[in-house]
Design a protein around this ligand. Structure first.
Ligand code: HEC
Ligand code: HEC
Length: 352
């Protein structure tokens, strides 16, 4: 009897110990320690509003950023070991896919949408052309596991990379935990992609009074303000809302945009407004990459709009522009190119 009571007490004590330990380990992980790490200040250009994402749940550090960068360029994140994030998000195209309608995923698959540019993501309240994801961390699961993107699993990646002493060291340093956990992969990627900022185009320098616009650029700027700024407002050049701009449905893709997520007919054919920053170097255009020149995009608004119930009312009669005005608008859009990010070694493939 005494023995039984003793062992019961031991079991009780051990369970208490386990619960307490688990609690403390859990709370330690929640407040990820940055001791010994170099904290990075989030880049927030003066002319920009407050970002939506402030890295509160994922402290931005030099070490975390570098780990995210290594993962972003690592083909082992894909099931065929050939398709890193950077194969579709290329630095020369402001981290979109260079001159492709849609991008190529594992085993020569073809994604169903055009890879968007990646920068100023910390200001975006939603991701993907249909706004399916609300955070960068959640978004990253999609390309990793998508059969047309990387076709991997987070556990599969861990199995591949945990034998790499460099990775083990980096993860341990950043997350202060001896094992690589799925969540850490997503957090590190979010530190890298969330740090990409573009705010140094000719337009930005013009706004600061550092350079003048040519008369053609100035005229294009006025036309932009009159016709495009409601959906593509300064300084982000998107209002992050979703609209149907009257693009005819591609009968092969049958993509109805936001309706895929909400199931509501009023969301039919609505897609997220993309930024116009760097638009001159991010061809192809629109959610399915159907256009490859800016002229085609501008001409769509002039003469290509297809009527439907959910078409944005401001576009019912199209946008009336002469050929010269359309050209001036195109010239203005070219002032939005920020070539700094395209060459910035901090964001390029790491060399070891
Ligand atoms: C096979 C090509 C491909 C690969 C590889 C790929 N992506 Fe993408 N990415 C896309 C496409 C296509 C979309 C648009 C998806 C949609 O709207 O449905 C996208 C969208 C995104 C977005 C949303 C951007 C926005 O403004 O809405 C982010 C962020 C992103 N990808 C990050 C990543 C990261 C991080 C990786 C690696 C883990 C990655 N991508 C790998 C093709 C790819
Ligand atoms: C009613 C809102 C609205 C107005 C007004 C509007 N746009 Fe758009 N724009 C969008 C949306 C939404 C998309 C994405 C559509 C899609 O892919 O299905 C888009 C896409 C684009 C693209 C393609 C960018 C890329 O990276 O794929 C360009 C270029 C563009 N718009 C330029 C303009 C110009 C120039 C004007 C003014 C003449 C204008 N837009 C007016 C909402 C608008």
């Amino acid at each position: 009897m005494v023995i039984v009571r003793k062992s019961l007490l031991t079991i009780f004590f051990l369970s208490f110990l386990a619960v307490t330990l688990a609690y403390f380990m859990g709370s330690c992980r929640k407040e990820q320690s940055t001791k010994g790490l170099t904290l990075l200040k989030q880049a927030i250009p003066e002319s920009f509003p407050d970002p939506v994402y402030r890295f509160e749940d994922n402290p931005l550090t030099k070490e975390g950023f570098e780990l995210g960068r290594k993962l972003f360029y690592d083909p082992r994140l894909s099931v065929d070991n050939l398709t890193p994030c950077s194969s579709c998000h290329q630095q020369i195209a402001a981290f979109g896919t260079f001159e492709h309608d849609r991008s190529h995923g594992v085993f020569n698959s073809h994604t169903l949408r055009n890879a968007p540019v990646l920068f100023n993501l910390a200001w975006s309240p939603l991701f993907h052309w249909d706004g399916e994801f609300a955070t960068l961390k959640d978004e990253a699961i999609h390309p990793i596991t998508g059969q047309l993107e990387m076709g991997e699993t987070l556990d599969g990646i861990i199995t591949k990379i945990q034998g790499d002493p460099e990775y083990r060291k980096m993860f341990k340093e950043v997350f202060n935990y001896p094992l690589i956990r799925p969540d850490y992969i997503l957090k590190a990627l979010a530190q890298f992609t969330g740090s990409m900022v573009c705010a140094d185009s000719k337009y930005d320098q013009y706004k600061k009074g550092l350079v003048p616009f040519t008369s053609q650029e100035e005229s294009g700027y006025q036309l932009y303000k009159a016709n495009c700024a409601t959906c593509h407002p300064e300084p982000m050049f998107t209002n992050y809302e979703m609209y149907n701009i009257g693009l005819p449905v591609d009968p092969f893709l049958n993509d109805y945009g936001r309706m895929r997520i909400t199931g509501r007919s009023e969301d039919s054919l609505k897609f997220k407004v993309p930024t116009l920053r760097n638009v001159n170097i991010s061809s192809n255009y629109m959610h399915d990459g159907r256009f490859n020149t800016l002229q085609q995009c501008i001409n769509h608004y002039r003469t290509g709009i297809q009527q439907s119930v959910t078409l944005d009312p401001s576009l019912t009669n199209g946008i009336d522009l002469t050929d010269a005005e359309a050209e001036n608008l195109r010239v203005f859009l070219k002032t939005l190119t920020d070539s700094t990010i395209l060459k910035d070694p901090a964001f390029s493939k790491p060399v070891y």
